[in-house]
Design a protein around this ligand. Structure first.
Ligand code: ADP
Length: 272
């Protein structure tokens, strides 16, 4: 807590306006510092588990591994998998940090959302032949948004990956694309385990996982949705979720449609 706040001057002039402004700035800084501290704590916590597992296996190897081929191969495999987890954690933290800085350098590529969503649909259908994928495309023609292509891909992959990961029984995923006057909306619906009301608000928080152990088994770091949210919001869009436990979830996001005729002409000539 900061004790540098200016006390209430109980005056109604520029100086008290300035004091209010100053106190607001202090509060904002304090919030920022608290957030950063929390982040460092969260990261340390997340890294502790893989490091502890690797250490355990190294100790095991040191003691018995040299003579026991089974210990050797199991410990090596476990250590390798934890190393990969740390690698993905570091990559996702970088992605998150970049997504958080997005608003500052808001100048972009123009991307055909319809085309990219169709591509993601086809890709996922191919990678997961055990799932039934359907696509309800209300647009059926190019619709442009000002967003880096790889960012839009990243958002789609996060939502589709989750839909796959958290659908164990009914393996069915429904994708839809629609537009209104201002926005293009993508919805990813699954019929999997769903998310309880209490958890629904928190799934976009970084490192939040409904079931830590199970999500960890599936390779999740709890960062995917926070990256997707920062990206969507960085492009002046919105992301939301509706879900019923045992019935499934729908994640929706929308992005402003690009209407600027000059940018649009440039984008259209590029895709030709
Ligand atoms: P993770 O990498 O753990 O999947 P996310 O940030 O993408 O992290 O998601 C956070 C948590 O939200 C997940 O651990 C999971 O518990 C829950 N979740 C996300 N998507 C779904 C979904 N489609 N169905 C059920 N639960 C989900």
């Amino acid at each position: 807590q900061t004790d540098s706040r200016v006390p209430d001057l109980k005056r109604n002039d520029e100086l008290s306006d300035l004091a209010v402004l100053f106190n607001d700035m202090l509060d904002q800084m304090q919030r920022y510092i608290t957030q950063q501290q929390q982040f460092v704590e969260d990261v340390s916590h997340e890294l502790r588990t893989p490091v502890a597992i690797i250490q355990g296996h190294m100790e095991l190897l040191n003691r018995w591994g040299k003579d026991d081929p089974q210990v050797l191969s199991e410990s090596l495999a476990a250590s390798l998998s934890e190393t990969k987890r740390m690698q993905s954690l570091v990559q996702e933290m970088l992605d998150l940090s970049r997504a958080e800085q997005l608003e500052i350098n808001f100048s972009h590529e123009t991307t055909d959302v319809q085309k990219l969503v169709t591509q993601a649909f086809n890709d996922f259908k191919m990678i997961h032949p055990d799932f039934r994928f359907t696509f309800d495309d209300d647009v059926k023609k190019p619709v442009y948004a000002q967003i880096y292509r790889n960012h839009l891909e990243q958002i789609l992959i996060i939502l589709l990956d989750n839909a796959v990961k958290y659908s164990t029984k009914r393996k069915e995923i429904h994708l839809s694309l629609s537009t209104d006057i201002r926005y293009v909306e993508v919805a990813v619906q699954d019929f999997g385990e769903g998310i309880s009301k209490d958890n629904l608000d928190r799934v976009f928080n970084r490192f939040y996982r409904v079931d830590k152990a199970r999500s960890r088994d599936k390779g999740g770091n709890g960062l995917g949705l926070s990256i997707a949210q920062r990206l969507v919001e960085g492009y002046h869009g919105k992301i939301s979720v509706e879900s019923v436990v045992g019935q499934g979830s729908i994640f929706r996001f929308h992005l402003p449609i690009l209407r600027d005729p000059e940018l649009l002409a440039a984008a259209e000539s590029e895709t030709d």
